[in-house]
Design a protein around this ligand. Structure first.
Ligand code: ZN
Ligand code: ZN
Length: 266
C-alpha cells in the first residue's frame, strides 16, 4: 500500500499547493495521503501555518474532489511548544522542534548554528542538551499521546554534515535509548522519517538504526513517512528505508486507511 502522512504544502514551509501534491500522489498510485501542516507557534512564525482555517478548508475540498481516486486525511504537525485545536484534525503528528533553555527557544532543525547557540546556553554540555530535548519531548509524548511521534531523534539532524556532537558522545546512545523505551510506554506509532535524506542532511532515516533496533526488539509500532516539502519527494528514499527496516526485522508498518490506523505488511 502506498501512503505518506507527513506532508507539507504552501500553507506552511512546503513548495507545492495541496492540490499539486494530491495530483502527484494520484499519479504515483498512492492509496492514502495525509497532510501535516506545521501547527501554530506564536514565538516563531517562520515555518508554521498562518492560515490554519484556509488549510483545513482546502484539505477538505480536495478530500471530497478526489475521493474516488485517493483517501486524503487532514492532519497537523503539532509542535509540543505550540497550540493546536486537536478537535479539528483527523490525526496528530507530534514533534519537538525546539530546545527550551531558561525561557528561551532554540530551534532544533533550523541550522547547525542554532544548535551551537543552544549548546552554549548549557555550557557546551552535549548530554545536558540532549536531556533537555528528550525529557521534554517524552513528557509530551506520554501526556499528550499524539497518533504519530515525528522524527524522534531530530536533534541529530546536523551530526553527519558537521561535528557529530551527539553521535560521537559515548553517553548519548544510552540516553537516547532509555528515553525511547520510556516514550514507548505511550503506545504511540513512531515515524521512520526519510526527509533529511532527500534534503541532503543524512544518509539514513530518523530514528537512527540503533534506535530502530530498540523499537523492533520491544514491539514498537512504526510508520514510514517522507516529511516531504515538495511533491516530487512524496516517496523519496522509501526504496532505501523499507529494505533497511526489513533487515532489522520489521514485518509490519501502520497506515491510516478507512479512517483508522491499520497494521499492514511492510
Ligand atoms: Zn518536523
Ligand atoms: Zn514536517
Amino acid at each position: 500500500m502506498k501512503s505518506n502522512f507527513h506532508t507539507h504544502s504552501t500553507f506552511c514551509d512546503g513548495k507545492n499547493t495541496i492540490e499539486e501534491v494530491v495530483l502527484c500522489a494520484i499519479d504515483a498510485g498512492f492509496d492514502s495521503l495525509g497532510f501535516s501542516g506545521h501547527g501554530y507557534t506564536d514565538f516563531d512564525n517562520r515555518y508554521c501555518m498562518q492560515n490554519t482555517e484556509g488549510y483545513i478548508n482546502e484539505v477538505k475540498r480536495v478530500k471530497e474532489k478526489y475521493k474516488d481516486k485517493i483517501q486524503i486525511y487532514l492532519g497537523v504537525e503539532e509542535d509540543m511548544c505550540g497550540f493546536v485545536d486537536r478537535s479539528r484534525f483527523d490525526y496528530i503528528l507530534g514533534a519537538c522542534h525546539y530546545y527550551a533553555i531558561d525561557g528561551k527557544y532554540y530551534d532544533v532543525d533550523g541550522s547547525y548554528e542554532h544548535t551551537l547557540e543552544a549548546l552554549k546556553a548549557v555550557s557546551n554540555d552535549v548530554i545536558k542538551l540532549a536531556d533537555n530535548y528528550y525529557r521534554r519531548f517524552c513528557d509530551y509524548i506520554l501526556s499528550r499521546k499524539p497518533d504519530i511521534v515525528a522524527h524522534f531523534d531530530l536533534l541529530t539532524k546536523f551530526d553527519e554534515k558537521y561535528d557529530s556532537i551527539f553521535s560521537h558522545n559515548k553517553d548519548y546512545h544510552a540516553l537516547a535509548k532509555n528515553y525511547l523505551l520510556y516514550a514507548m510506554k505511550s503506545n504511540c506509532i513512531f515515524e521512520v522519517n526519510t526527509g533529511a535524506i532527500s534534503r541532503g542532511y543524512r544518509k539514513t532515516p530518523y530514528p537512527s538504526s540503533e534506535l530502530l533496533y530498540t523499537l523492533y526488539k520491544n514491539d514498537g509500532k512504526i510508520i514510514v513517512n517522507s516529511d516531504c516539502h515538495a511533491a516530487e519527494n512524496l516517496e523519496s528514499s522509501f526504496d532505501e528505508a523499507i529494505p533497511m527496516l526489513k533487515d532489522i526485522g520489521f514485518k509490519y508498518t501502520y497506515v491510516l486507511y478507512d479512517g483508522k490506523f491499520t497494521k499492514t505488511l511492510l
